[in-house]
Design a protein around this ligand. Structure first.
Ligand code: 13P
Length: 354
């Protein structure tokens, strides 16, 4: 390993392996910013229940929500949890997860700033002070990190993403991955291709293919240890404004996704963890199950049979229903719902359609 000592490399490789194995296990993403978390928790209050909370009360509410979910998260289905820096450094909740055998990770990206002269596309901040931040996160118990870059995607006619934005996102993710490994944390690079516009499935798959290929080109330039890294992409899919959206089947999504991954993700990478991106929990289950079912039944001669672990790193799809119960004060139902969806995604990542 030209850029890592054998000890550092082996630790990164072991953590990356443990996040996606044994087959079925996946990651729970809970790294919303404090403001986004407050909005989510407000949105599930029963009608008329909205209270004006002070800053301290809001902080206490965020902490209580995370504590409740981390106490409930089932370690037989969930390998890791992504924490916001507030949860890791201020609430100090990593030991609660580690004591259950769940690996804590940290969100490394900061906020978005528009690319000058490129409408609706963004540069993601957080690279400048990343090394000391990730070293502090490691000292607080984190063993992996995640960096999300949004990628706009529309039909060829409207033309998103711009080639410039693809280059910026790939370079940013590769810099992040190299720094994360320098701090001793397994990097999860997250190219999040948006599906709100008018791209069809073929266009979305093409954009995924271009984005992910460029990321691995830049990772190579930065000397990232691929065996000690993971990727968290979106599922290729038609945009909400494309008429085929209502007709597309999980099997079509599965073929497009397996094709993209087999063409772009080097076989040295131990796993792919999909994001849910605002899809319903049901849809997120079906897409993941169809993908794994396709891979498991593929012939040994097919490139699909050689794909790495394909699992989940879901946020909204995993905690959407629990949060609704929690907002109504039913904490037991919230804990049960978290277990129910963790188990459903575990089955899906094993290709088991229930
Ligand atoms: P979603 O599954 O809600 O997209 O969250 C995953 C995530 O980590 C977003 O950055």
């Amino acid at each position: 390993y030209p850029f890592h000592s054998p000890f550092e490399a082996h630790e990164l490789i072991a953590v990356a392996h443990d996040l996606v194995n044994p087959r079925g296990k996946g990651v729970y993403a809970t790294d919303e910013s404090p403001d986004a978390m407050d909005d989510l928790l407000d949105s599930v209050l029963p009608e008329g229940g909205k209270k004006r909370l002070t800053g301290t009360e809001k902080t206490e509410r965020r902490k209580k929500w995370k504590e409740d979910m981390y106490n409930a998260v089932p370690s037989e289905y969930i390998s890791g949890v992504i924490l916001h820096e507030e949860t890791l450094l201020d609430f100090k909740l990593a030991p609660l997860l580690s004591s259950k055998g769940i690996i804590p990770g940290v969100r490394a990206n900061k906020e978005l700033t528009p690319i000058p002269r490129s409408e609706e596309e963004y540069i993601v901040q957080g690279i400048d002070d990343m090394l000391p931040r990730l070293q502090a996160a490691r000292a607080a118990g984190a063993r992996f990190s995640k960096f999300r870059t949004p990628i706009s995607c529309s039909s060829e006619k409207t033309g998103f993403p711009s080639p410039l934005s693809l280059e910026i996102q790939a370079e940013t993710l590769a810099q992040f991955a190299a720094i994360s490994q320098q701090a001793g944390l397994v990097p999860i690079v997250e190219p999040d291709v948006d599906f709100s516009k008018d791209a069809d499935l073929a266009r979305s798959a093409d954009i995924h293919e271009r984005a992910i290929s460029l990321i691995y080109e830049r990772m190579r330039a930065h000397g990232v240890l691929l065996e000690g890294s993971l990727i968290k992409p979106s599922f290729p899919q038609p945009g909400l404004q494309h008429p085929s959206k209502a007709r597309v089947t999980p099997e079509q999504i599965a073929v497009a996704t397996a094709t993209v991954i087999s063409r772009t993700v080097p076989s040295a990478v131990p796993g792919v963890l999909f994001l849910s991106g605002g899809m319903s929990s049901d849809t997120a289950t079906k897409y993941l199950a169809a993908l794994n079912a396709l891979v498991l039944k593929s012939e040994p001669s097919s490139p699909f049979s050689r794909l790495p672990a394909l699992t989940f790193s879901y946020g909204r799809a995993l905690q959407g229903e629990p949060m609704k119960h929690w907002g109504k004060g039913d904490e037991a139902a919230a804990r049960e719902a978290l277990k129910k969806w963790s188990k459903a995604f575990w089955h899906a990542a094993r290709g088991e359609v229930l």
